[in-house]
Write a protein that binds this ligand. Structure first.
Ligand SMILES: *Cc1c(COP(=O)(O)O)cnc(C)c1O
Length: 466
């Protein structure tokens, strides 16, 4: 042991005394810093005993710098901003719908202070938080009353429990949907305590199928929009107005889960077959359910609109307490709904609607501009623009695409997958698509104010990395 390489490894206290580590105390708990120092020293000892030369590695200042870097990496927020270059407007993994500026501000204000969440300011008495959205939903859908819960899955559970616990709910086999993994109509039905009564076949269900299934233990008729798939070819389903007439004849409520919650007619964007909440109420549905963060473009929520007596019963269910919206979401939802009171304003200010209505020519120009800036970066082998198609996503309108413009790029010295990985790990992170060995950036979902950040993120990604 004439030259033990471990002999000169500094002590924990030596590192703690380094000014750069002292400065960390403002941001990190003492124990966290100690743990990081010990981990760093442990690694150093391992490296040295494997025969690595000391080479200044044991210098307390160098170790202190590595401790700071380790803590910064460890302490990074798990949730980070992502530039969405996928072209998919409602990307469930990226938080579905971005909020309108007004809605984000409302959530911010609600979060940082007090508000009349359950207080009637006129009388000074206690009130219901649902009043924040009830009147607006009624105006926008023509419903008698409305309430809101955490998401459409929760809305379905609480509605089925209230209306049909222990009773049969009649639904067409063609509508036994699964949405994103754990939302399956048969499972939701059993959680709610209602009994699934499936009728018809996958492609054909007739009014007579519903009528034959109705018996003394029937609780409701349920229609579910096949949001994320289409049955085409030889098909037949029952129009909602016929179903509600049947419901009336037998005194049974009709529940319509329309999924996306369109409050404007999506035909204006060239999309077919997306049900509107207002049309569903007009066709006589007793309860209409939809998400807040799909085509509506608001925060995650499940909105229930319909008959007053049912809404009152739903709000008395003990599950309401478990499912209710928090103040920030409620504030964002109210602000989003208020934008829809003036349709032109909603089209201008609700991001989902704005992204959908962006003219192709504008997308083309933005793609060209982005390509030009990218070409000025070192490290890219090719940058080209091309017209492409994108999808709405989020389990909406699966069979219909929209035209868009993309920039396709190839790096000089690494693969498309490596470039994608580097972009994902950047700050802000960038999510793009890969196709035919190239990275594809769709400009539709890149906000104009993010273009500079994107160039910067690309510059960082192309630079040297370990
Ligand atoms: C998306 C969807 C749901 C689930 O809504 P969440 O808000 O995601 O819980 C339920 N039903 C239909 C028809 C849907 O499209």
């Amino acid at each position: 042991m004439k030259d033990n390489p471990l002999r000169n490894v500094p002590s924990v206290n030596d590192i703690l005394d380094a000014p750069s580590v002292q400065a960390l105390a403002a941001w990190h708990a003492h124990d966290t810093i100690l743990t990081a120092i010990r981990a760093e020293l442990e690694e150093l000892r391992k490296r040295l005993s494997c025969g690595e030369t000391r080479d200044g590695q044991s210098d307390p200042l160098a170790i202190a710098a590595r401790v700071a870097a380790r803590l910064e990496h460890q302490g990074q927020a798990k949730l980070r901003t992502v530039i969405n270059a996928t072209g998919i407007i409602l990307h469930t993994n990226l938080g579905r719908s971005p909020l309108a500026e007004e809605a984000a501000k409302a959530a911010y204000e609600a979060g940082r202070g007090y508000l009349n969440l359950e207080l009637d300011l006129d009388s000074g008495k206690r009130s219901s938080r649902q009043l924040a959205i009830r009147e607006w939903v009624c105006q926008l859908t023509g419903a008698e009353s409305a309430t809101a819960v955490n998401n459409n899955a929760a809305a379905t559970v609480i509605v089925l429990r209230t209306v049909a616990k222990g009773k049969e709910v009649v639904i067409s086999r063609g509508q036994l949907i699964e949405i994103g993994g754990s939302f399956r109509i048969p499972d939701i039905m059993s959680v709610s305590g209602a009994i699934l009564r499936e009728i018809g076949t996958t492609n054909i269900t007739r009014l007579s199928d519903y009528e034959r299934a109705i018996g003394p233990n029937t609780g409701a008729l349920l229609q579910v929009h096949s949001s994320n798939y289409r049955i085409s070819g030889f098909t037949r389903s029952v129009p909602l107005a016929e179903l509600t007439a049947l419901g009336k004849k037998y005194g049974l409520p009709v529940i319509d889960d329309i999924g996306s919650g369109a409050l404007v007619d999506f035909a204006r964007f060239g999309f077919r077959g997306e049900p509107m909440a207002r049309a569903s109420i007009a066709a006589g549905a007793d309860l209409v359910l939809f998400s807040g963060d799909k085509l509506l473009g608001g925060p995650q929520a499940g909105i229930i609109a319909g008959r007053k007596e049912w809404i009152q019963k739903i709000e008395k269910d003990p599950l309401m307490r478990a499912f209710r919206l928090d103040k920030m979401t409620l504030a964002a939802l109210e602000a989003t709904l208020r934008l829809y009171l003036h349709e032109e304003r909603a089209l201008r200010e609700v991001p989902v609607l704005r992204l959908l209505s962006m003219p192709l020519e504008e997308l083309h120009q933005r793609a060209e501009r982005l390509a030009e800036q990218l070409r000025s970066l070192a490290g890219l082998a090719s940058v080209t623009t091309v017209e492409d198609v994108a999808y709405v996503g989020g389990g909406s309108l699966p069979d219909q695409s929209m035209k868009s413009w993309v920039v396709e790029i190839e790096a000089n010295s690494f693969s498309d997958a490596e470039l994608a990985r580097r972009l994902r790990l950047g700050n802000p992170a960038v999510m793009a698509r890969l196709r035919g060995g190239k990275l594809v950036l769709d400009v539709r979902t890149i906000f104009a104010h993010q273009e500079e950040l994107l160039i910067e993120a690309m510059r960082n990604a192309l630079g040297p990395k370990d």
